[in-house]
Design a protein around this ligand. Structure first.
Ligand code: GDD
Length: 440
């Protein structure tokens, strides 16, 4: 049981900081082959890096002045992104803090607690970088105020058969109080799941993490966490408090959230809007579609105007060259310097920079990697993902395959060649028809 100090009522002006958990290079292996060439958080969907969508949502929260990216990528990885984002969101101080090793989703927060608590923020927003949603942070803030909460989690309903792949929340539907939280339970407990977006009272979350560390010291154990990326995290307790603080591999989900549920001031905001994880490389395609649809609804000037050959929503980088007879959309993103030839058809796909789609080629439910070429009359296609599905794999002829076809960097597809439900590693030339294969 946690003993968390009661907070005094804070004013409407209470300050909030935000942390975006970006992970590191040993994670995101399911994002291969795309993560071989770009760190997953910087992969572009709907014309912007995945973390740009998180940052844009955070920038709309009026009292946030500082956003910290926490991860264990090299320092240089986010430098250009931060430079550009700082120009776009001048009200925000954006910085990257690097963990010396994977410390877990709570370990990183605790390790950098002094930096996070600098300026005495009263609230802390924490976002998993690998989720795609409308980030209803304003609604979460309102619930937090209304309930005088110490934590608010964003939740969404999924089908009963997929719920156990996520953190599951049992709540009181009337009061919205979280009664019980279990990370990836073995059997069904609820179809209301953790979206990976949280708002914490700073004076509660850090003592809660500290209590978890202390508890570990008195109850030593070796932990193997049920992360979807199979992160094996270990903690070897020595009985010494200092050592306990050094062994900081701690996960919010397993070590903290279920205890917060005991505290009576943990609430869930259930979103009815879209939400997806971005885990496998193929999951970038539904994320791209959802963010494009959101931009279309918001009448974003970034999108290409609908016409006889543009079925919205479509994003085309200004430096791309599209033949006027090519038909694009819906749910298409075209990167910088891409060339699309006459009569080509592109639907539900991402075409990355410097690629070429030659005349009369067809690209559907696919990702075309950087500097790749799709020959004339070729077909590169995946299988549509059912609306609301949280998986990007399907079973074809008894084999589990990716529903989205992915070409890695600098791949070539010959004229008239058909590529179906394949994942193709970088630098491959496909000269014959292929289906349901991983081409290495
Ligand atoms: N900084 C840092 N350090 N970030 C990390 C670390 C770490 O050691 N480990 C994971 N992350 C980041 C990942 O990059 C990702 O953005 C997020 O934390 C969660 O990653 P996982 O630990 O792989 O968890 P998960 O995706 O399997 O499950 C989590 O997210 C689901 C929603 O997408 C849990 O919170 C589930 O309960 C939740 O349903």
């Amino acid at each position: 049981m946690l003993h968390i100090p009661m907070r005094e009522n804070h004013s409407a002006q209470a300050s909030t900081k935000a942390v975006i958990l970006v992970g590191g290079p040993s994670r995101g292996t399911r994002f291969r082959p795309l993560s071989l060439d770009v760190p997953k958080p910087l992969f572009e969907v709907a014309g912007h890096p995945i973390i740009h969508h998180c940052l844009k949502a955070v920038a709309k929260v009026p009292d946030v002045r500082e956003v910290i990216l926490v991860g264990y990528y090299d320092e240089s990885v986010f430098r250009d992104f931060i430079k550009d984002a700082s120009k776009e969101f001048p009200q925000l101080r954006i910085l990257y803090l690097r963990e010396y090793t994977a410390l877990g989703t709570a370990g990183g927060l605790y390790h950098f607690r002094d930096a996070i608590l600098k300026g005495k923020p009263e609230r802390l927003l924490v976002l998993n970088a690998d989720v795609c949603c409308s980030f209803p942070l304003g609604e979460m803030m309102r619930l937090f105020e209304e309930k005088d909460a110490e934590a608010v989690i964003l939740g969404t309903r999924v089908s009963n058969d997929t719920a156990t792949n996520f953190g599951c929340i049992v709540s009181d539907s009337h009061t919205k109080r979280v009664l019980h939280y279990v990370e990836k339970p073995e059997s069904h407990i609820s179809n209301l799941i953790n979206c990976g977006v949280y708002l914490f009272a700073t004076e509660c979350i850090f003592p809660a993490i500290r209590s978890a560390i202390k508890r570990r010291t008195t109850r030593p154990r070796l932990l193997s966490y049920p992360s979807s990326d199979n992160l094996e995290s270990s903690f070897i307790a020595t009985g010494d408090d200092d050592d306990a603080e050094k062994s900081e591999v701690l996960r919010l989900e397993q070590d903290i959230l279920s205890d917060l549920a005991d505290s009576n001031r943990f609430f869930v905001h259930e979103t009815k809007d879209f939400w997806r994880q971005i885990k496998s490389a193929g999951s970038a395609v539904p994320a791209n579609a959802l963010y494009l649809q959101k931009a279309f609804q918001a009448e974003s000037p970034e999108l290409t105007a609908p016409s006889a050959t543009i079925v919205p929503p479509v994003y085309i980088h200004p430096t791309a060259s599209i033949d006027p007879t090519a038909k694009l959309g819906p749910n298409v993103s075209i990167g910088p310097r891409v060339v699309v030839g006459a009569g080509a058809r592109i639907k539900d796909s991402i075409v990355l920079e410097d690629s070429e789609i030659r005349h009369d080629a067809c690209v559907m439910h696919s990702i075309i990697g950087w500097s790749s070429r799709v020959g004339a009359w070729a077909r590169v296609e995946g299988t549509p993902i059912p609306v609301g599905s949280h998986s990007t794999s399907i079973v074809k002829q008894g084999i589990k395959v990716q529903s989205i076809t992915i070409l890695g960097k600098e791949c070539g597809v010959g004229d008239e060649v058909r590529v179906q439900n394949c994942v193709c590693l970088p630098y491959k030339e496909l000269k014959r028809d292929v289906s349901n294969e991983v081409i290495m």
